[in-house]
Write a protein that binds this ligand. Structure first.
Ligand code: HEC
Length: 204
């Protein structure tokens, strides 16, 4: 009877979809809106530096997030493979978040403590040089193209508007920190920062 109603009545289908969706919003979204202050107060996340912000933008523009997730789920096999699981407060300064949905390559949440900066450079210029069986594309041009830093102040201001606590001094000095640096070097700075702020000493 119930199955018949569901498949034969569009009205019942719409109403039941609304009921299920409202329940999910109530249980998953509303509690976190109420707890925003608490999540912020207990979060270990630190805002990215200007150079790391520039590197993160290259990560997005090159589509690294299409093959790599930044979301370790709290299940044992995943924690064993990728390290510390994400917590709700980890992403308070992430706009937009880069959790991703496809893992052609490994999860990069806890990458920052895994390799040296030199390994990251070699790997980006030619992944096969350090991982002979790698399928990852090479990005040699990133180490030839230089950042002008012209847009970084605006980016930092937008992030500040979204709630990242940058000081006026940090924003004013951001252009100097970025200007003249290669895209690759900024990206390596960002990669080496991943997971370093959010892990407590016991989790390192
Ligand atoms: C087409 C899919 C694809 C894209 C796009 C891609 N990667 Fe990868 N990546 C992989 C694969 C597959 C591996 C595993 C083999 C290896 O280590 O090279 C990997 C490995 C890595 C690793 C080593 C991770 C570890 O824990 O050993 C890093 C760091 C990395 N990628 C960064 C990047 C960055 C930064 C970008 C964007 C500039 C990028 N990847 C774009 C597929 C991709």
């Amino acid at each position: 009877m119930l199955t018949k109603d569901f498949t034969h009545s569009v009205v019942i289908l719409i109403i039941s979809t609304i009921v299920v969706a409202s329940f999910s919003i109530l249980v998953l979204i509303v509690p976190n809106l109420v707890r925003t202050d608490e999540i912020r107060a207990t979060s270990l996340a630190k805002p990215l530096t200007a150079l790391e912000v520039a590197g993160r933008d290259i990560y997005i523009s090159e589509g690294c997030h299409v093959c790599h997730t930044q979301m370790v789920r709290g299940i044992e096999p995943e924690i064993k493979r990728d390290g510390r699981a994400n917590k709700e407060g980890d992403d308070i300064y992430e706009f937009p978040n880069l959790w991703g949905s496809k893992r052609t390559g490994p999860d990069l949440t806890n990458l920052g403590r895994k390799y040296s900066a030199q390994w990251q450079r070699l790997h980006l210029i030619d992944p096969r040089q350090v991982v002979p069986t790698s399928l990852m594309p090479a990005y040699p041009w990133l180490f030839k193209q230089v950042l002008s830093g012209d847009d970084i102040e605006n980016k930092m201001r937008v992030l500040k508007g979204l709630g990242v606590p940058y000081t006026e001094n940090e924003i004013e000095r951001s252009r100097l920190a970025v200007k003249g640096v290669t895209k690759g070097e900024a990206l390596v700075h960002y990669l080496q920062s991943l997971g370093n702020d959010t892990a407590s000493d016991q989790e390192r």
